[in-house]
Design a binder for this molecule. Sequence first.
Ligand code: SF4
Length: 346
Amino acid sequence: MNSSIDTSLQEARVLNRNRPVPSEHEISKAKKELSELMRKKNAQIVCHYYVDSVIQDFAISSGGVVADSLEMARYGRDSEAEVLIVAGVRFMGETAKILSPNKKVIMPNLAATCSLDLGCEIESFKKFCLSHPKRTVVVYANTSAKVKAYADWVVTSSCAVPIINHLKKNQEEIIFAPDMHLGDYLKKTTGANILNWKGHCVVHDEFKAFELKELKTRMPDAEVVIHPESPPSVIELADFVGSTSQMISFVASSTKKRFIIGTDNGLIHMMKKRAPDKLFIEAPTAGKGATCKSCAHCPWMEMNDLTDMLRALRDDENEIQVPQEIAFSARKSIEKMLAFNQSRDV
Ligand code: SF4
């Protein structure tokens, strides 16, 4: 593994392990103070599904949103709040700032990042793209603002397939970065000519096909629902493959009662809310070759903390800044994605 990923991962795990567990009283006090401050500063929380369930519930009850990265981007842009509190990882805060340059964007912890973002450093990525100059550069939302600024397109897992299909129709050959498993899945689903950058998500990469096959045998009635950042051997065993929002919609509308879920286990909170009569089991990460670097929960998402959120808002800390010229170019690629999706929505 790239050493910057390893170092950041270790730091996140140490911080998470050493954080004191707040009492019920402390949590409700922080929520009360946050609510008051949010009203005063016209702030709203934009939260990802993988963040702690207490923060997810508070985001909704305080008038914010819990969503996937595409919806977070759209919601933040359209929100009338003056301050966006992004509970997620750094690239999500950057995307919010790029789309809302006049809003203040803060995060509970600026060190919360992502192995995909860290594994796709701009200078090496540029070199890679320049050695294949005819290819259209498509990057996943899980990248830095600099990488987005360099790309022709930005996609999220909920809109990657139609965008790649659109490019294939135009006979474009593609570089896809940074997630190689998602890139393989897109190649297989669309038949497009895709050259992958070799990054991976430390959470999804851990799901194990052999153990999942065994679990399926023991639970033949359960449907297997997998995120496309998982390895191809795991995706092959799925009854449904989709983005986080698509996974939630699938389990809510399925006639089945039991599901094996292959993504960060933070998503199960929203699945239970949408389908309270159903049972959700985490796909196995333990087994042959297991490292359990994450055990189905992103250590960077886990860094989001209610008291840090309160401190950031109260003391005007942890503001996300994106240099203007980078934001300008990155905005073009992100807005192209949002416009593409809007044209499909109507
Ligand atoms: S779950 Fe994976 S892709 Fe998502 S933020 Fe964490 S490391 Fe990145």
